[in-house]
Design a protein around this ligand. Structure first.
Ligand SMILES: [Zn+2]
Length: 305
């Protein structure tokens, strides 16, 4: 079943480098949920200007503070200086003092420009947007501090990276040896009680087949719980592909240097694949991505495909 959101909910579908933007227009003010990756900032600003049709942007809401969901905050704050930014409470102290090394931006080899916030979005609260009431729910697992938004009348779920049509985001705490697969399950259980008719995910197109998506997510989770190495390998591929989406092409030498500096990849290797030589391990990953047409390696250059 095709999802046709109401005309006052505008979904700007992006890609895997930038999260989707969900633009909610209404009497309470005009809002965007999530702002994409920093390298797409100027495109994000243009897309927002187009979606707003000369109306002001009053609010930025972030579902969580990963670089692909809040990397455009700074550019939007600069271009819409009167807009107020609302974030989940978990990392607000880090944002307040901009303690950059405490986020995961450095360890993942990603980047996020400094931004400010005005208010917090507490799970259990509701907010009024586009003349509707949106519930805020905690959705830990992929990120301990992530939230999702749910509108009970139309049964629309804005699921961020807690649920995609085909899976969910990397379960980052697990890579730091912090148990979080159980939180993923609890979040999926919560979403199943909401029974959304339509889901607007953080990446990929909106969808209506919630129960099939939920089944796929549970199956994937079961695979990861049974074999955490599979999750670790999946994460390594995601980190590498994400960087190539950003860089587009890079010399093998420069990319190898990045791989040797990447704290999270080094950590995944040490914890999950300690018997393999690091360079053999990432060469295998690059070859596997190349055989899946996610990248090409030619004449000393790696190219994103
Ligand atoms: Zn995320």
């Amino acid at each position: 079943m095709q999802f046709h959101p109401p005309t006052d909910i505008h979904v700007i579908e992006r890609d895997w480098l930038s999260s989707n933007q969900i633009v909610l227009l209404g009497d309470e003010g005009n809002a965007v949920i999530d702002t994409g990756y920093w390298s797409h900032s100027s495109q994000t600003v243009s897309l927002m200007q187009h979606a707003l049709k000369n109306k002001p942007l009053d609010f930025i809401f972030n579902t969580h503070l990963h670089s692909d969901h809040c990397g455009g905050n700074r550019a939007l704050q600069t271009n819409f200086p009167n807009c107020k930014t609302h974030i989940p409470p978990g990392l607000s102290d880090l944002v307040k003092d901009w303690r950059y090394d405490q986020f995961n931006y450095q360890s993942t080899g990603q980047f996020c420009p400094e931004f400010k916030f005005d208010s917090l979005l507490f799970p259990g609260q509701s907010i009024q947007l586009n003349n509707r009431t949106w519930q805020i729910h905690a959705a830990p697992g992929h990120d301990p501090d992530s939230i999702v938004f749910f509108e009970p009348d139309l049964q629309i779920l804005i699921s961020a990276d807690a649920l995609w049509e085909n899976g969910f985001g990397v379960v980052f705490p697990e890579l730091d040896q912090i148990s979080a697969f159980n939180e993923v399950k609890q979040t999926l259980d919560l979403l199943s009680t909401l029974k959304p008719r339509y889901v607007i995910p953080g990446h990929g197109k909106p969808f209506a087949n919630f129960s099939q998506a939920l089944d796929r997510a549970y199956t994937r989770l079961k695979q990861f719980v049974t074999d955490p190495q599979q999750h670790a390998l999946y994460t390594a591929k995601v980190l590498i592909k994400f960087k190539l989406l950003e860089l587009r092409h890079i010399s093998v030498l420069a990319f190898n240097a990045w791989l040797y500096r990447n704290q999270l990849l080094l950590q995944i290797h040490t914890c999950f694949f300690p018997t393999l030589d690091y360079s053999d391990w990432f060469k295998d990953i690059l070859n596997s991505l190349a055989s899946n047409n996610a990248l090409s390696i030619e004449n000393g250059f790696i190219k994103n495909l």
